[in-house]
Design a protein around this ligand. Sequence first.
Ligand SMILES: CC(C)(COP(=O)(O)OP(=O)(O)OC[C@H]1O[C@@H](n2cnc3c(N)ncnc32)[C@H](O)[C@@H]1OP(=O)(O)O)[C@@H](O)C(=O)NCCC(=O)NCCS
Length: 163
Amino acid sequence: MTTRPPGEAPAAVSLREIDGANWLECVRLTVSEGQKGMVATNAFSLCQARYEPGWKPLAVYEKDRMVGFVMFSETAHPEWGYWIVRLMIDKAHQGRGLGRATLVEVLRLMAEKPDCHEVFISHHPENKAADRLYSSRGFVRTGTVLDNGEVVRVCRALQPEPR
Ligand SMILES: CC(C)(COP(=O)(O)OP(=O)(O)OC[C@H]1O[C@@H](n2cnc3c(N)ncnc32)[C@H](O)[C@@H]1OP(=O)(O)O)[C@@H](O)C(=O)NCCC(=O)NCCS
């Protein structure tokens, strides 16, 4: 749950490139033991982005501290369109609105693409945090279940939210 004190400003994050200077820090970010089956490791995702075309991996920063990771498709898959995958916030920084702020920033980036009118996302059906986060930002279930059991959601309201 988000535990930001009442009245405090919403969490602010920036999304930055992963390069030779920060990749190791990214690989060292971790989720809790109970969350490990919910998302691939950042090391796996960085390998995937290196060898599978079209993925954009980004580090999530709160001020100058890396707190998370996210990846999205830079070009539309011919069948599946645009995706956000692997959103994670390090276990030490969860519950402060950073996941929500990250999702807003990624959607803002994707909305700049002229052909991006909908974005897909998937999550384990038992992933309560993802379920709540995505549904509250307008991702509705499509009814599709992937081979790995994850449910697919789509968001068709990409307009930036007021800051
Ligand atoms: C999902 C995840 C990114 C959310 O990040 P976060 O910074 O902790 O989330 P936020 O603080 O921004 O909260 C966003 C919403 O999720 C809900 N949420 C967060 N953790 C929750 C939990 N453990 N149980 C239920 N809801 C939870 C919050 O209630 C909040 O909604 P609210 O503002 O209506 O209360 C984070 O839990 C995570 O990294 N999980 C492991 C990786 C993962 O499962 N990623 C998703 C892959 S599909």
